[in-house]
Design a protein. Sequence first.
Length: 492
Amino acid sequence: MEKNIKNQEYQEFQYDLTDKSWQEKTMTFKISQSKIITQTPKVSVVIANYNNAPYLSKMMDSLVNQTLGIENLQVMFIDDKSTDNSIEVVKPYIDKYPNIEIYQLDENTGGAHGPRNVGLLNARGEYLVILDADDWYDENALAYLSQLMDESGDDFAVSGIVQSIDGKLSLKSRPYFIDGEFRNRSIQELSAEFYGWLGPQGIMIRRELVTTHNLHFVNQRVADDVTFFYEALQFSQTITQGKEMTTYLNRDADNLSLSKAINRNFMISWFRALSYINETFPDDTSKERFLSRRLEWLLYDFCVRRDIGYKFGKARIQDFKAQLDQYIGKLNFDPSKYFRSDLRKLTWQYLNEKDAASVYRFINLHSVRYVLNKKLGLVTREGDTFYFPQLSKKFPKVRLNAHAVAKNFTDHQLDLEVYSYKPLVGFEIRSIMDPYASRIRLSYHQLSENQFQVTLPQDYDDKKTIFVAVFDDYSEVGVKDFRKIITKHSAK
């Protein structure tokens, strides 16, 4: 793609950080607000909403009950012309609490970027957070994050995010939580996995950073938030990390519809965003890891997955490669060295060395391998390396990320074998109902290269607890035959 064509797109979608015309294009609105409004709040909370009525009470309750105090907040509920009763749900909070502001846009903007930009232009707090309307905070979240930033002086802070699907909790961005607490941490030290998220959840930034650098959300439905927060990271250069869970990400909504929204326009929007970042910011470790992680994610969506809104086939793979070449072009580094699995590394290699038909056949074969492994437990073993079932010698073998199997359990000592090309960090147990607040690292002895003995607690209850092996890239794996070994021992 010619540079001038890309520049036209950057202008059309309002990427340019030297251009303030996006402020003039921000939608007009009507505003309703509490009788008492603090002019210098500690934290401004920007909430973009469109038809989230069922979730709004939980979200609003999490804000008005913050330990930081509602008197120290600016709660900005910005409605993008909802057709449900969202406004009726939020309006009672105006009468009951101070510092609630409802912005009703005069026209629908078609995405979260529009309401969020209204929020940026009207925020008054020292710090700024962006909260999705169906998510919610831990009650101590804003006090905790703002205190961390007060102490560190950083412009950017992150802390733990919990994903909730029908009440089942899982960790969304592992580095935010697992890395522990840091002050003034250089963004060049952040792992590639850190950049696997960068959505609005779990992040607080200094508002002055936004105004100084003309930060705003680009005018497209996807990649607007990640672009915004990566730019904020680059201007911050150092960040603060917390060790507490602060944010709950709601995924109760129809996940099938979320998958179907991953379509061709989604792909083009992401390539445009990555292209702008690649051309705007200097080459450094942070940018390399960010681009690598995001390219891996796109590669998985558009070369491997079948359940998205862009039909799987040779044409899709060919289109992906064409857009990759046009928007990103030749990189001066190999992004696949940061990829998290053999499948993705090999797919990237095939994409660059083979035609779309070869990639298509390789992925089709692997889909069969995957089912045979996951459903039937079939593997191919060569020495101490485990692979998905080979099936065909025309295509390369694909290593399992890890293979762990329990062997014996006596006197609270679990003997097991672990095979992986990734360095093992250790073993953990967690409560099924509260998997991360209850996270416990277990003591163990390494008996040989692949054999380990782990000490389980005296009161270990397999019905209430998860046991996993953890690796240095934040990945983890369950242990084959673990439950059978534990149950057999308990029955004696």
